[in-house]
Design a protein around this ligand. Structure first.
Ligand code: PMP
Length: 392
């Protein structure tokens, strides 16, 4: 396949080629990758639950009770009492009438948008929304209008353009932006959505578990109601430490998704044992105040240290703390520099982020210690910067 080879070679030349690293063992903050031990700052395991013994024990118990795989899609015979219990517990946690589990956040977003909207409809989306929201919008065939990042004024202007009569309008935003770490201006977005009779979808993949009272996320942190944010998406693969995702909303929303979301209907239900394990993860998330406090202390420590070093830190109040490198080669050089110090932070390059904004995405976890953060700051102190790094 020569054409493919040429395209791959071009990615290499632009330093945009991505390689997978081989991890052995659990995804803890000290882990072995490609045979070498590293201190890592690049997982989404914000509360340090991904290797938690109680969740691992619940997974084992779940396999004894429910077997390994679901055996069928949810609408055939794959929906088990483990899924049901987790849905009920998540609904109570988020204060919503119903929850529907998906196999992943990617599948949830793609399924929701394509189930709710069609050719005649319009989706307004923050320019930095997660890829799954963009792909869902494309799949729905609705008109996609993207507004500048966290800019409700620009969105308000876009919203004044005429839309077809009797069409649906949905406003979609990440709660916490996955590559910038900043928080969406949800109260303003909710006001605009209500003025325009639009549905507001908040994908709080990086907020639920981390922010808000008992970790209920950005919507709860802003004190918004389920009427203001009728569609709330979360994932289990980040703060919960397991895998899978969910959407929370009213009965009509969830029943519509059960009838129409193709990424829910035409796929094997997630393993019930995993849902059983996620129930234990949810209990740990809800009682995880100390973990969240530890995380907040680490964020403050990292930001103070990085500011003192004059590092190009983005304004993020969350565990996602990006350092803007600009070019892909520079982001890679920074990542390699840290690797030489035994620290792993991945370089994030286009197309994951816009061109010219390649970065190191430092992500903090409650499983890190203050000494871990200091070790990272020490290694960042002599980061190759400017033209003297020989990479521009
Ligand atoms: N939404 C956002 C904002 C995300 O960052 C991600 C994961 N990177 C997803 C959805 C997808 O979630 P999952 O990993 O469960 O597919």
């Amino acid at each position: 396949m020569t054409n493919l080879q040429a395209a791959l070679a071009a990615l290499h030349t632009q330093q945009l080629y991505r390689t997978r690293r081989l991890r052995s063992g659990a995804p803890t903050v000290r882990t072995t990758i490609d045979g070498r031990s590293y201190l890592t700052f690049c997982s989404n395991d914000y509360l340090g639950l991904a290797a938690h013994p109680a969740i691992a024990a619940a997974l084992r118990e779940g396999t004894h009770r429910y077997g390994v795989g679901a055996g069928a899609s949810a609408l055939i015979t794959g929906y088990s009492s483990a899924h049901h219990q987790l849905e009920e517990a998540l609904a109570a946690f988020l204060g919503r009438p119903r929850v529907l589990l998906f196999a992943s956040g990617y599948m949830a977003n793609v399924g929701i948008l394509s189930a709710l909207l069609g050719r005649n409809d319009t989706i307004f989306a923050d320019r930095l929304n997660h890829a799954s929201l963009i792909d869902g919008a494309r799949l729905s065939c609705a008109r996609l209008r993207r507004y500048p990042h966290v800019n409700p004024q620009a969105l308000a202007k876009l919203l004044t353009s005429p839309r077809p009569l009797h069409s649906r309008t949905l406003l979609a935003t990440d709660g916490v932006f996955s590559m910038d770490g900043d928080i969406a201006p949800l109260p303003e977005l909710a006001r605009l959505a209500s003025e325009q009779s639009a549905w507001l979808l908040v994908d709080d993949a990086h907020g639920i578990g981390v922010l808000g009272p008992s970790g209920a996320g950005t919507v709860a942190q802003f004190g918004l109601t389920s009427e203001q944010v009728p569609i709330l998406v979360g994932t289990l693969g980040k703060a919960f430490g397991t895998s899978g995702a969910f959407v929370a909303g009213d009965v009509a929303l969830i029943e519509t998704l059960i009838q129409r979301a193709r990424s829910y209907i035409y796929t094997t239900a997630p393993p019930p044992a995993l849902a059983h394990a996620s129930l234990t993860a949810l209990a740990l998330v809800q009682s995880g105040h100390e973990r969240r406090e530890q995380l907040t202390a680490l964020i403050t420590r990292f930001r103070q240290g990085a500011t003192a070093l004059h590092l190009p830190l983005l304004a993020s109040p969350t565990p996602i703390q990006p350092l803007l490198a600009g070019t892909a080669p520079r982001a890679l050089a920074w990542s390699r520099h840290l690797e030489r110090h035994g620290i792993l932070v991945s370089a994030i390059r286009p197309p994951t982020v816009p061109p010219g904004t390649a970065r190191l995405r430092v992500s903090l976890s409650a499983a890190h210690s203050a000494a871990d953060v200091d070790q990272l700051l020490n290694a960042l102190a002599d980061l190759p910067r400017g033209n003297s790094d020989g990479i521009e």
